[in-house]
Ligand binder design. Structure first.
Ligand SMILES: [Zn+2]
Length: 593
């Protein structure tokens, strides 16, 4: 029996892996995000069975078994795949669906994308109608050019309850589709549907593939009773925490970095002023997913948030997420608490460029933050401040940087630079020790690189390592799928990895969910175990995109090499046949005299 992906996705999310495993295995938390326990599938005294809540997989470094939550139940309860799904459905109080909705889901997504496109066209055309005049005037008043209106596909939602619904229904879209796209809402009294966005300045939300997946609408009046911004709710297409406004354009920038701003309008006016590399999260502080998305395109981010306390808190969270991904961060503070849009309008693009080049770095910013937390006129306050500052400074890679800031902090705290440096060293050694432990655990599987299962042995380990890399990166970040567009299943030296690649890529491209758990219906337990093994490797040091390009380069090169070897063999065979036919050689290949 096949289950719809939507159902399985929900089943998996309602059966958190460490909870399910935890009812069979006593799990202990260790450093990092993994939990460990004694493997239930082989006998052992020291725990080598790991569960990652982050990746929603388990893997045993002893016997090599691994998979998602469905595999675990199949294995431990000795159940078939459909029975394991039924088991987990019961556990989560879910009803089993009766048919396969996959194909239906895919065509629904395509319909919603088309509907969004038509809606965006309608909003755009409204700008030249009398009814759209108020929004058009507002746009002009904000200094947004006609070219920008076109580039961003901006538009107007009319001051009406049904203009969009009427127009879209005339184009053949149903009321349900309008609701599913988040473009309409349903009256609880009458049950009729009406336009969700009314009398607003409309921004289509375009993903990095160029699909319109939702909308933002800004109010054009000063009416405080209306929300300033309204965004599409979560739909089949749209997930706010994984979206950045303007990234579809900023990713093509030649400026080499990305500017993170608060508002959609900032993105637009920055672009008009020549900064084509700005992105905005929709009114929320940067999420982990958004940070990862950014790190795919750049290793340098300038944060240009407002300098009020909300902006500061948002900047701090953004720094936390980006730093973990090895992105270098600069903080831009615009004088006079202005947002970039206002600043550029008053002072011009040149002044903003000057601000950008003189951006203070995040170390100073963070030290300021730490200092402001403690009462430095008390001993307790100074000691706590010293500890936290040392902890932060120990994360800096450059020794010179450490010394410079240690000196400044020491002066402020009225201690010697030596004792400040000693404290930093202690914090740093603690960090190295933890990292080493984690590295040891992560690198263990590399020594057992070859799969145990004979059917998935690799002929070409060089290519296979890169092929694994491609699969691993795709599983970690489906957005990287675009990078793999030229790659064919046939380029893979390993049949199994080629199959895994194709399976994951198709799902990424169709914006369907991808996870190890979802794969268990189409891959053998041995194959799934090998995938979980691959996922234990440390993440690449470089950005996801460049790592992906490197892997693909290796695969293509190895493929060419293999092909030229075959060609040479063919050529030699041809030559041998020729000589044979001319009687120059006998059957054993020895030349005749
Ligand atoms: Zn085991």
């Amino acid at each position: 029996m096949a289950f719809s992906e939507r159902f399985l996705d929900e089943l998996i999310s309602r059966n958190e892996i460490s909870e399910v495993v935890g009812s069979y295995v006593r799990l202990v938390k260790r450093s990092g995000s993994n939990q460990f326990g004694l493997c239930p599938f082989h006998s052992e005294r020291t725990p080598s069975f790991s569960v990652s809540s982050e990746k929603q997989i388990y893997h045993c470094f002893g016997c090599g078994k691994g998979g998602g939550v469905i595999n675990f139940i199949m294995e431990i309860e000795n159940l078939s795949y459909p029975d394991a799904v039924a088991f987990l459905a019961r556990r989560a109080n879910m009803e089993l669906p009766d048919e396969n909705g996959d194909r239906e889901l895919r065509s629904r997504r395509e319909r919603l994308i088309a509907l969004n496109r038509d809606a965006a066209r309608f909003f755009y055309q409204n700008l030249s109608k009398p009814a759209g005049r108020a929004v058009a005037d507002y746009i002009a008043g904000r200094g947004i050019s006609a070219a920008s209106v076109k580039t961003f596909g901006l538009g107007a939602a009319l001051d009406s309850w049904s203009s969009l619904c009427d127009e879209m229904q005339a184009l053949g879209y149903s009321a349900t589709e309008l609701l599913d796209a988040g473009l309409a809402a349903k009256s609880s009294k009458t049950g009729s549907v009406y336009d969700f966005f009314r009398n607003r300045f409309m921004f289509p939300l375009i993903d990095v593939r160029g699909n319109i997946i939702g909308f933002s609408g800004r109010r054009i009046t000063n009416d405080e009773n209306e929300r300033k911004f309204v965004h599409s709710r979560e739909t089949l297409l749209f997930n706010k925490s994984r979206f950045l406004f303007g990234l579809n354009l900023a990713k093509k920038s030649k400026l080499g970095k990305i500017i993170l701003v608060e508002g959609n309008v900032d993105v637009i006016t920055l672009r008009q002023a020549g900064f084509d590399n700005a992105v905005a999260s929709l009114g929320t502080s940067l999420t982990e997913e958004q940070a990862r998305l950014i790190s795919n395109y750049t290793k340098e981010v300038v944060i240009a948030y407002d300098t009020d306390s909300a902006g500061k808190a948002a900047a701090r969270r953004a720094i936390d997420h980006l730093e973990k991904l090895g992105v270098s961060i600069k903080i831009l503070s615009v004088p006079g608490n202005k947002d970039p849009d206002e600043y550029i309008r008053k002072n011009g693009a040149g002044a903003f460029a000057a601000l950008l080049s003189g951006t203070g770095n995040h170390v100073e910013y963070r030290l300021e933050e730490i200092k402001s937390k403690y009462a430095l006129d008390t001993d307790d306050g100074r000691i706590s401040c010293l500890k936290e500052a040392a902890e932060m400074l120990s994360t800096l890679r450059s020794q010179i940087e450490r010394e410079v800031y240690a000196g400044r902090m020491a002066e402020l705290l009225k201690i010697s630079t030596e004792s400040m440096m000693a404290e930093i060293k202690r914090a740093s050694m603690r960090r190295v020790r933890d990292a080493k432990k984690q590295q040891e655990r992560a690198s263990r599987p590399v020594s057992v690189f070859r799969p145990r299962e004979r059917s998935i042995r690799f002929d070409n380990p060089v290519s296979a390592a890169a092929e694994e890399g491609v699969v691993r990166l795709l599983l970690a970040d489906p957005e990287l799928s675009r990078e793999t567009d030229g790659l064919q299943k046939e380029d893979f030296s390993s049949e199994f990895l080629g199959r895994a690649f194709l399976y994951i890529k198709q799902r990424c491209d169709e914006r369907r969910p991808v996870s190890v758990s979802l794969m268990s219906s189409e891959f053998t337990p041995e194959e799934i175990s090998h995938i979980t093994l691959m996922m234990q490797r440390p993440a690449p040091v470089s950005s996801g995109i460049s790592a992906m390009r490197d892997y693909i380069g290796v695969i293509k090169r190895e493929r060419l090499l293999a092909k030229s070897k075959e060609d040479i063999q063919d050529l030699m065979e041809l030559n041998r046949k020729y000589r044979e036919s001319k009687g120059l050689e006998d059957k054993d290949g020895k030349e005749k005299h």
